[in-house]
Design a protein around this ligand. Structure first.
Ligand SMILES: [Zn+2]
Ligand SMILES: [Zn+2]
Length: 141
């Protein structure tokens, strides 16, 4: 049996400046691929190309469905040393999808104990829905 993707839950929009699509374009592309949902998970505030924190606080004004696709409002939060995220719990609790990821220059790399401790703290965080790209060699755990 072939696994067919049903949703893309880790997407960046033009709000993260290394990405090039608007929310409407993401929804349109998801519709063309017959996905049921797409999540806007732009970079959390400590990343160099992150949108202003108001971007996340204001996501609720977007339509829940665009081009027939459920558009989930989220963030790709940065995991920091110790496993804390770069968005506060109040905001994390309001978003529909919180991806937690480690990125170079933010989380210390090459230290398996430190990375393991941070992931364990992330696993205890009730606001985190998805662990992002955890297979990076720099962040072995
Ligand atoms: Zn990213
Ligand atoms: Zn990432």
């Amino acid at each position: 049996m072939i696994n067919t993707p049903v949703a893309d839950l880790h997407c960046h929009t033009v709000a993260s400046t290394h990405a090039y699509s608007t929310v409407a374009e993401l929804a349109q592309a998801a519709s063309e691929q017959e996905l049921c949902a797409v999540a806007c998970t732009d970079h959390g505030p400590v990343m160099q190309d992150a949108p202003h924190i108001w971007h996340f606080a204001n996501l609720h004004i977007l339509p829940r469905v665009m081009s027939g696709v459920r558009v989930l409002q989220g963030v790709e939060a940065n995991v920091m040393d110790g496993g804390r995220l770069d968005i506060d719990n109040e905001l994390a609790g309001k978003l529909e999808v919180v991806v937690a990821s480690m990125h170079g220059g933010i989380m210390p790399d090459g230290d398996e104990e430190c990375t393991t401790a941070a992931w364990l703290a992330v696993a205890e965080n009730p606001h985190v829905d998805i662990i992002g790209h955890s297979g990076q060699p720099a962040f072995a755990f």
